[in-house]
Unconditional design. Structure first.
Length: 498
C-alpha cells in the first residue's frame, strides 16, 4: 500500500470510528477562558502541502498554561475527537512539549511530534519524525500567535515509523471576534416553512421565527441551530450582514447578504458581491416573507464564498397530520448485479401543502416487500429499512443519498422484478403513508434503465458540477443533471455518477 493510500484509509477510519479519549485536557474544561482564533498556515493532506486560511481554532488561556483545540485543522467530525495541545507561556514565547497524547481509540494512540518532509526516489511524499525538541511560537500583546520555525511540521503520529500524514507548519493565529446573536431569554417562536435553493439544489425545511418588539430572530436560515437577527421596518424585515453562523469544514462562516453581479466569464457560474444587509418583503400579517429583488444569502469564510442560498422564502406553518404526496420517479434500473432508483420526495401532502421534512421517512420495496439494508454490503452502521428524509450513507452518499427532494438508492446482488418507494409522515403519533411508486409499473420491464421523467421526449441532457460549471464527461461524484423535453419542460436534479 502506497503512502497516500495509507493516509486515505487512516483518515476514513478516524472519521467513522474514533471515540474521545478519557485522559488529557480539553478546551471545554475552560469554557470561561476560550478565545476564538483564525488559523492560517500550511497543512499536509493526501500527501500534498496546501496553504490554508480562516480555519477555526479555540485557544484557552489559564495562567501560564495555554491550550489549542483543533491545531491540525481537522474536519467537523474529527476535530471533536482531538485532545487539546498544551503549552507553557513565558516572556512572549509559547513552548509545546512533544509526545503529548492527541487522541486514543481501542489502544491506537496519536501523539504530538515534529517532522521534516521530503520525497523518496519514486517521487512519493515522505515525512520523518525528528528529535523530540520543543516547538515554539511567539505571542504578542494583541494575542497574535506565530511559529518561530516556519519550516518544521507539527505532526500527529502513532509511532515514529508510522506517520499519519496529518501535518501542519508555518502557523499564524489571529484573534477572531465572531458577531454572535444573543437571543432573549424566553423568546417565543413559531414554525415557518422555508424554501430555498442552496448551491443550485432546491431545499425545504422548518425554521423558527420569533419577535421581541421590533427585533426578529430566525433560527436555521443558513445553518441548522444558528440564529440571525433582523429588524421589522414597515413591510420589510432587514437583516444586517456579518452575523456569525458557526464552524463548517473547520472554518468560521458568517451570514452575509449578496447582490447579483453577473456570471463568471470563464465558468458561467453566478457571482455575487457582499452588501450590508438582506431584506425580506413582508405580507399577510408577517406570515409570508419573500426576498427583495436582486438579493441573496451567502455563507462567507473570510472572503471565500462557502455557500450561496438563493430565493429564500418563509411562510407560517401550522403542523398537523397529512398524507404525503406520491414520490416522483426520475430513473430506475432492475438488474441482478446492480440496480437502483432515483426519485424525488417533495415536502408536500397530496393537496400540495407543505409538510415538515423532519417528520418524513421513506422505505424501499423489492417485489412489494420492504427491503432491509444490511451493514457490510451498504455503508450503514446497523440494519435499516426506513430512512429519514435527508439521510446520507457513511460513504458520502454513493449508495444511499438525499439532497433536497432528490434521492438515490443503489441495490446490490438482489433478484427482484420491481422496485418501489413509500413515503411516511408522522405527526403527534399519527402516521400516514403515500401512494406507492413502483418501477417498472405493473412489472413491465420495457422501460428498464430509462429515464421516465415527463411524458415528452428528451431532446437534451446536460451536467454541471456543484459550482455551476458545465461538465462534458461527469464521473465519480455529485452533479446537477438537467433534462430538456420536446414540450419545452426543463427539469434539474442532483444525481450521483459512478
Amino acid at each position: 500500500m502506497n503512502r497516500p493510500t495509507l493516509f486515505l484509509c487512516l483518515w476514513a477510519w478516524l472519521s467513522a470510528s474514533l471515540a474521545v479519549a478519557q485522559s488529557g485536557q480539553y478546551c471545554d474544561t475552560h469554557q470561561t477562558d476560550i478565545s476564538y482564533y483564525s488559523l492560517s498556515g500550511d497543512i499536509c493532506e493526501y500527501a500534498a502541502v496546501t496553504p490554508v486560511s480562516g480555519k477555526a481554532i479555540n485557544v484557552c488561556r489559564k495562567g501560564d498554561k495555554i491550550y489549542f483545540h483543533n491545531l491540525f485543522c481537522a474536519q467537523d467530525i474529527i476535530q471533536q475527537q482531538y485532545l487539546s495541545v498544551e503549552g507553557t507561556v513565558a516572556d512572549g514565547i509559547i513552548t509545546l512539549e512533544m509526545g503529548q497524547l492527541l487522541m486514543t481509540y481501542e489502544g491506537y494512540d496519536l501523539y504530538l511530534g515534529l517532522a521534516e518532509s521530503g520525497y523518496d526516489s519514486y517521487g512519493n511524499f515522505q515525512a520523518k519524525i525528528i528529535e523530540d525538541a520543543p516547538y515554539q511560537l511567539t505571542i504578542d500583546s494583541e494575542g497574535r500567535i506565530q511559529s518561530v520555525d516556519k519550516e518544521v511540521f507539527l505532526v500527529a503520529y502513532h509511532s515514529k515509523d508510522e506517520v499519519s500524514y496529518i501535518l501542519v507548519r508555518n502557523l499564524d493565529l489571529s484573534p477572531y471576534s465572531p458577531n454572535i446573536v444573543q437571543v432573549p431569554d424566553g423568546l417565543q417562536t413559531s414554525q415557518y416553512a422555508y424554501r430555498y435553493t442552496k448551491d443550485y439544489a432546491e431545499g425545504v425545511k422548518v425554521v423558527q421565527l420569533g419577535s421581541d418588539g421590533n427585533d426578529c430572530y430566525i433560527q436555521g436560515l443558513c445553518i441548522d441551530g444558528a440564529w440571525v437577527k433582523g429588524t421589522w421596518e414597515g413591510d420589510s424585515l432587514i437583516i444586517p450582514s456579518n452575523q456569525y453562523q458557526g464552524v463548517v469544514s473547520a472554518t468560521y462562516v458568517d451570514f452575509v447578504a449578496g447582490v447579483y453581479a453577473g456570471e463568471n466569464f470563464v465558468t458561467g457560474a453566478k457571482e455575487y458581491v457582499p452588501t450590508d444587509h438582506f431584506a425580506f418583503a413582508v405580507s399577510d400579517d408577517r406570515k409570508t416573507l419573500t426576498p427583495a429583488p436582486g438579493l441573496t444569502i451567502m455563507l462567507l469564510a473570510g472572503k471565500t464564498v462557502y455557500s450561496i442560498i438563493e430565493s429564500p422564502t418563509l411562510s407560517y406553518f401550522d403542523e398537523k397530520p397529512a398524507t404525503p404526496a406520491t414520490p416522483e420517479l426520475l430513473y430506475g434500473q432492475v438488474d441482478s448485479s446492480w440496480g437502483g432508483i432515483d426519485f424525488n420526495i417533495y415536502a408536500e401532502d397530496v393537496d400540495g401543502n407543505f409538510i415538515n421534512p423532519e417528520n418524513i421517512t421513506w422505505s424501499i420495496l423489492l417485489d412489494d416487500e420492504v427491503f432491509t439494508f444490511e451493514p457490510g454490503l451498504y455503508s450503514i452502521e446497523a440494519p435499516m429499512s426506513e430512512f429519514p428524509y435527508d439521510y446520507v450513507d457513511l460513504n458520502g452518499g454513493t449508495e444511499i443519498y438525499s439532497g433536497g427532494a432528490f434521492h438515490h438508492v443503489s441495490i446490490y446482488g438482489e433478484l427482484y422484478s420491481t422496485i418501489g418507494v413509500e413515503v411516511y409522515y408522522t405527526v403527534n403519533g399519527e402516521r400516514r403513508a403515500s401512494a406507492r411508486l413502483t418501477y417498472p409499473e405493473n412489472g413491465d420491464d420495457s422501460a428498464i434503465g430509462t429515464v421516465v421523467l415527463g411524458s415528452s421526449e428528451i431532446i437534451s441532457e446536460t451536467y454541471t458540477d456543484l459550482m455551476g460549471r458545465t461538465v462534458s464527461r461527469p464521473h465519480n461524484g455529485l452533479y446537477i443533471r438537467t433534462l430538456k423535453f420536446a414540450d419545452g419542460t426543463v427539469r434539474s436534479f442532483k444525481t450521483f455518477v459512478k
